[in-house]
Design a protein around this ligand. Sequence first.
Ligand SMILES: NC(=O)c1ccc[n+]([C@@H]2O[C@H](COP(=O)([O-])OP(=O)(O)OC[C@H]3O[C@@H](n4cnc5c(N)ncnc54)[C@H](O)[C@@H]3O)[C@@H](O)[C@H]2O)c1
Length: 458
Amino acid sequence: MQKANKASAHLNRRTFVKTTFAAGAGLALGPQALFGHSASEEKVRMAFIGVGGRGRSHMKNILNRSDILVPAICDPDPSAIDQALKLISKAGYEKPETYTESEFSYLKLLEREDIDAVVISTPWLWHTRMTVDAMKAGKYAGVEVSAANTIEECWDMVNTHEETGVHTMILENVCYRRDVMAVLNMVRQDVFGELVHARCGYRHDLRGVKFNPGVEFGEGSLGEARWRTQHSLHRDGDLYPTHGVGPIATMMNINRGNRFESLTTHSTKSRGLHDYIVNHPEGGEAHPNAKLRWELGDVVTTQINTTNGETILVTHDTNLPRPYSLNFEVQGVKGIADFDSHTRRIYIEGTSKPHTWEDMESGWLKKYDHPLWKRFGEYAAGSGHGGMDFFVDHAFVESVKRKVSPPLDVYDAASWSAISPLSEQSIAEGNAIQYFPDFTRGKWINNKALFATQGDEY
Ligand SMILES: NC(=O)c1ccc[n+]([C@@H]2O[C@H](COP(=O)([O-])OP(=O)(O)OC[C@H]3O[C@@H](n4cnc5c(N)ncnc54)[C@H](O)[C@@H]3O)[C@@H](O)[C@H]2O)c1
């Protein structure tokens, strides 16, 4: 550890030079000004486990800050490591220690004493294991979505957090989408009245991701096709619920005065992936992958009941040709919002013309723009996914820095991720009702809202 500490001291000096120069050069809106950070303050020491597409995107955002150090990164894929090192060097940081030998090298990284937090952006089946090991090693864990694949894994995360007192944040970026946060503001300011129903989902044509290149997947293929596609082959359920459900959970105060109680799930036949293989110029009827039987239904719909009497309709739809949609709708006793990436409309009784949708762009989004977006929006714009990625990384780093519970915590990670195994079980039992464990062990009754409650801080 001696060597690492020396490296950190050197890096501190380098970073000091870097930030002082930036300020001297008169950058109007640099990270230093935004985070109000002085060069003499202690840095947050961030490590990265998994530096593929998503890991590097987190890394880019975090490297833009002046209050961090990156002592170590880990990935068994040399090309991912090379690309990550380039980003780090380009940002003016010292070369970090790399952990590349095997899939378990992350355990060595976690032994280091000069790391405060890890960002975990690995394939799904590694998430819980790495999160639990990070908490046991005393490191804040920021884990990509979904955080867990089984109910047992959900409990493992919660139990480890409670045993160690170390925090986990589920890095659900969509909670920070600008229109989502504006609607959250409207919910909190009672624009819709008491909530009754919501709709959301992940409706994304992933065929070109599940097969890459051509109709190939698994070993030797590219990107997520190396690991994600196997889940469609073997599992039928909502495999990716949190982009839709995370935002709705914050609006409905799940685990904070309310909780997910039960669900039932229906799944259609599976046609999309087979047809894609057969019709692809590099596939065809004779291709070996055309013989596969895909478990995942093309459209999987789940109805969730909450203890406060709302329902949430969640759709998972990744195998058919269609434009991207998270399919949001939020409905209360006074009105309704229906908002997607391109269409945003609202109807509020007494304000809107009777029985007529209003465009949310006509003042609603501006009026209810969240303070975080007002402060950081311009800076966030280049950070990925329309800016929301900046906020999720910002919230994670700020929580680590302040040593406080992150705004999307281990209980959120567990209850949102639990939708996958519960939906699989429901389908397997002929759409039978499944009950969510109470991961908070009763604390949901008195817990207060946490997400986006720190004004324009994080
Ligand atoms: N929130 C979002 O918008 C968003 C977007 C894309 C991906 N994701 C999520 O991020 C995660 C990663 O996805 P991706 O697109 O970067 O996939 P990817 O395949 O591009 O990258 C995964 C990386 O993890 C590495 N890895 C695999 N096993 C490892 C191990 N044992 N130790 C260390 N590294 C290991 C791989 O070598 C690879 O570089 C997934 O959970 C995915 O669902 C989220």
